[in-house]
Design a protein around this ligand. Structure first.
Ligand code: HEM
Length: 229
């Protein structure tokens, strides 16, 4: 067993778990964004409310939720250890930061963008996940059955509390930069980079890091400006 522990706690092992959990979280974001597009169905929120109800009551989804929690937990925990190890190896810091044109400010500050996205995530779960699971909420009748009105909650938060929309938009910009650097870096760590395919991997990373945040960003913008509650 000790070789497993040794591998997982080595720097390489930590980088591997960061990469694997990072790619897993990207796959969650793709599913989450696709489901959220039901907000635009134009049926007063019926499809979105049925979807939210399915996601929070289906047994298999609840098991996947534990995997998601573990994914976020390992990614964040390992990131904080690697960041601390990096600063311990360089306690004074560079008097003059070496400026390699290929290394952007965002690549050097993954910890900062990740921490702001984490702050956003906590606010986001308090906004939506917590009330849905643990609070009384207005109900919407769908085919004679009452469902918690998650659509109404999304609409109210983005429409009435404009500062949430601003926070979401800022966090989504940072999420974009975080994904852009993280995606290519994960492939490098996993040894899946190759001169021949690097431009394709970078291209996919660029598309993901633009499409995902942009897709999510349409939601606060739509409810803030174009939807009347
Ligand atoms: C800006 C547009 C977004 C909207 C409208 C939105 C909406 C929601 C809603 C309604 C829920 C509650 C679902 C439920 O409990 O059944 C939820 C959960 C969640 N969201 Fe978002 N979300 C957005 C963006 C994001 C982003 C950018 C992230 C990650 C960086 C994220 C991560 C999560 C997580 C981790 C959960 C809990 C998942 C679960 O319990 O299965 N969301 N979101």
């Amino acid at each position: 067993m000790s070789w497993i522990t040794n591998t997982l706690t080595s720097t390489l092992g930590r980088k591997l778990s960061m990469s694997l959990t990072g790619l897993f979280l990207v796959s969650f974001l793709i599913v989450h964004l696709s489901g959220n597009f039901l907000l635009y169905k134009g049926d007063g929120g019926q499809a979105f409310n049925l979807y939210s109800n399915f996601m929070s009551t289906n047994g298999l989804i609840r098991v996947l939720e534990i995997g998601l929690l573990l994914g976020f937990g390992i990614h964040i925990w390992t990131a904080s250890i690697l960041t601390r190890m990096n600063s311990a190896a360089r306690p004074i810091g560079y008097a003059v930061q070496k400026t390699n044109e290929k290394v952007s400010w965002f690549s050097r500050n993954m910890g900062l963008s990740g921490s702001i996205v984490l702050f956003f995530l906590i606010v986001h779960l308090i906004n939506f996940w917590f009330p849905y699971h643990y609070q009384e909420m207005p109900m919407l009748d769908i085919e004679g059955k009452p469902y918690k009105d998650m659509y109404g909650l999304v609409a109210r938060i983005f429409h009435d509390e404009w500062w949430y929309s601003v926070l979401y938009l800022l966090a989504l910009v940072l999420l974009g930069f975080h994904l852009q650097h993280g995606f290519a870096s994960a492939f490098r760590t996993l040894g899946l980079d190759h001169k021949k395919y690097n431009s394709i991997i970078e291209g996919i990373g660029n598309i993901i890091s633009i499409i995902l945040p942009l897709g999510f960003a349409t939601m606060p913008v739509y409810f803030w400006f174009f939807h009347t509650v």
